[in-house]
Design a protein around this ligand. Sequence first.
Ligand code: FA5
Length: 343
Amino acid sequence: MSYTNPEIIKAQSALAAEFEKLTEKKQILRSKTLESLYGALRALPNDQKATYGKELNELKTEIMSWLNKVEDNQKQLPPIDVTAPFDVNTSKDEKQMLLPVTQGSIHPLMTELQYIVDIFGRMGFEAVESRQIDDDYHMFESLNFPEGHPARDDYDTFMTTDGLIAPAHTSTMQNRVLSERKKNLEAGEAIAVVIPDRVFRNEDLDVTHEHTFYQFEGVYVDKNITVGNLIATLKTFMSEYFGQDLKAKIQPFYFPFTEPSFEFAIERPDSLKKGDTEADQWLELLGCGMIHPNVLKAAGIDPTIYTGFAWGCGIERLVMMKNSIEDIRHFESGKLDFLRQFS
Ligand code: FA5
């Protein structure tokens, strides 16, 4: 295939070289080179998207043809007994291979998660994965929720019989990232981390509430950090993510691990409007605030020298806003007609 875009031409030969070296050939679909081309597509002005996107699709088709070729070469079909009655030589597995197969695609939440991490990467934030099982210290104690604190009820989640917890928020990672990176501060550098992962809650389900969903946490600490830095960071992210300036509202809230604490909401599109009251017009996207001095102390950071902010944002709700998706439960439904709209 011949391409005209210099970026795609360069990526094509880099991908071909990468493909040559891979033992697990399918890994080529996860190549950073390919991902960054998709990242670049999203960042392009609308009038350039069509040409670039067309070449990118052609490149993807070319890569699929490399994979198909490898698969064909690997297929060693056993000799057929032509005298046998119909089909007896075909094993169940082989029959499945003969059925028409449609190519799968990356789940829209994972594509968006990657995009979010890319944006923060460009803003100087390092990405760290959270975890799907944790302990009471990280989920509560280190976040200034002592035993018996009433706000623990807001994070009602699943527990194993021996007391391990399926985290209800990505804040469960705050103490770890702060403790591990306090040396950055001593070296005169800020701590700037974004932490995406799956979280779990005992929740009444509705169009904007799931029991299992994705969040990304942000943690930033340095000298002289203020609420102004927090708001500027979130607004920069939101306008980059949505590609436009949005009507946003920041209102006071309470979290044990931030002081002051806020909720950040943006105006709901019509498809997500619930009713006519003022509160119905807004969709809460994230919780945020200035990291509580006790949380900094628990990580060995002196709150009289350093200050910082943190936030935790629901990824499904962001994607819903961007694509006017009316029900959060579509994401986990496995409905192909829903998923195909994103491939
Ligand atoms: C928290 O989870 C805090 N950890 C956020 C935080 C982090 C505050 C750091 C301060 C500093 P909250 O419970 O409000 O806060 O959830 C944060 C976001 O997750 C919500 O704004 C929403 O976008 C999303 N979210 C919460 N519950 C659900 C749910 N059941 N289904 C889908 N998204 C949800």
